[in-house]
Write a new protein. Sequence first.
Length: 573
Amino acid sequence: MDGENILEDFCNRIAAEIRLPEALNKKLLSPFQYFGITDSIDLTKVKWENGKYVASELTSLYTKNDIRVGEIISNLDKYTNDINDVRAIGFCVTIEHAIFMTEKFNLAGLRAESLSSRNSGDRDRIRSQFKNKEFNYLFVVDIFNEGVDIPEIDTVLFLRPTESLTVFLQQLGRGLRLSEGKDCLTVLDFVGNSRPEYDFESKFRALIGKTTTSVQKEIEDDFPHLPLGCSIVLEKKTKETILENIKKATSLNVNQIITKIVNFQHQTDLPLTLNNFITLNHISIEAIYKKDSWSRLCQRVGVIEDFESINENQIYSAISNKWLSTNSTSYFNFILKIAKQDFNISIIDFNENQKSMLLMLHYDVWQRAGGFDSLEKSINQIGKNQILVNEIIEVLEILIDKVGFKEVEIQLPYNQPLKLHARYTRDQILVAFGLSTFDKKSSNREGAAENKKLNTEILFINLIKSEENFSPTTMYDDYAISETLFHWQSHNAYGPETTKGRSYINHIDINKKILLFVREKANDENGNTMGYVFIGEGIFKETEGSKPMSVKWELSEPMPNYLWKESAKMSVG
């Protein structure tokens, strides 16, 4: 009620949540048919302040245009079964706009009412009449996003650009309530030429759900990964407008980011931090680190003073090439703890698993064997640039908040620091299992790595192969059969009769551990090398074929849901 963010009372952490696509797949909400319709109104010249269009200018455009009203009615006739038999809610920019739309619809013979702060005392009457279809169109203003609770709504009209993703989802949610006799929700979104600041990407990302495919690719391919029963249809010009907007937004150059840093103080009273900046501007942390370190970008616009470049290239590389490809609460928290003591450590204070993580950190930053008298001195050196230490802390806190799963312990006959379902780089994995030491870095880039002392073999598995990264002889057939059964194809030289093949078949008898690390593809949508998800120990079930041989591995712990979905798509049987 005080207008403040409730998350601040909970240390900005969400214990549990359910996203829109998951709720739709579980049939907790009504499926939707979303139509992106070309709007004749050009918004590129409308003033933009505090992260949104100036409402008065939008109102002026919308309330002086009878042609647009005719286009809205024409599209209702096109996309609904019966224009006179709907319960449609239309979201307007201001009270004047809502009243204007109501008057124009009534003049067109379409029964309509408006609801705003001016007539909020009539809410109960209006709700009852709307529910009983005494009128078919209710025009409201943003203030009633949460206040209008009418499950029977079967049509939503976005009659103005919705800059806030939260508001957009609230508005869409007015029509997603399940109701008897409602098969699906029809959504009409009127899309005009927009300013480059307007964010289409996060809106469609929220509708699509979890997928490693970029929003741009989803739009180009006509949304193959929507929740069950849902569809998004974009008119040709609308599709072109949205794709152009997203391409400009995702291909930010350094000057555009710097301009946004300069404008930050004019858009909010929040302090300029990396987290506040990417949240306000809907920019991914990956987009920032494609260009430069956050501290250096801020220095270039005079937000902070120039600082020494000691360790700068190495720490920038660690963040952009290693930590953005990693997803592990335990590893990030470990680094964060020593970062908060400026990496001033004494090696005797750490157990063996923690020493392994220190070595993982060494290679994340320095990317070479040795180079220092000791591992302790290597870690101490990271803390020599206070500006960058502060940046490391901020980045790690952001990455920890982004983790959306619970790590699981794995029981092995030796100690190692990695957790099930977390994502790690190849170099981190090789360190964790003793294949890289402080004095010697493993050069392994194969599909498997073996530590004979630990009697353990690690399988590095790519679900999606591309000819750019794999030769025809290494396009193996790897996919999940179920959440606990994985189909893997060996190197072309291995068969059940070979020494290596027998070591897989008889691995239990010889006490050999087979550990599976899986990634969706070699590079993510930002072009960064993807890390591997640790899905656990594989227990041999059966094999078929030879050179290559196909093996089915049973997992003791189910795969994380997001990876299982991606892996199941690869199944050919």
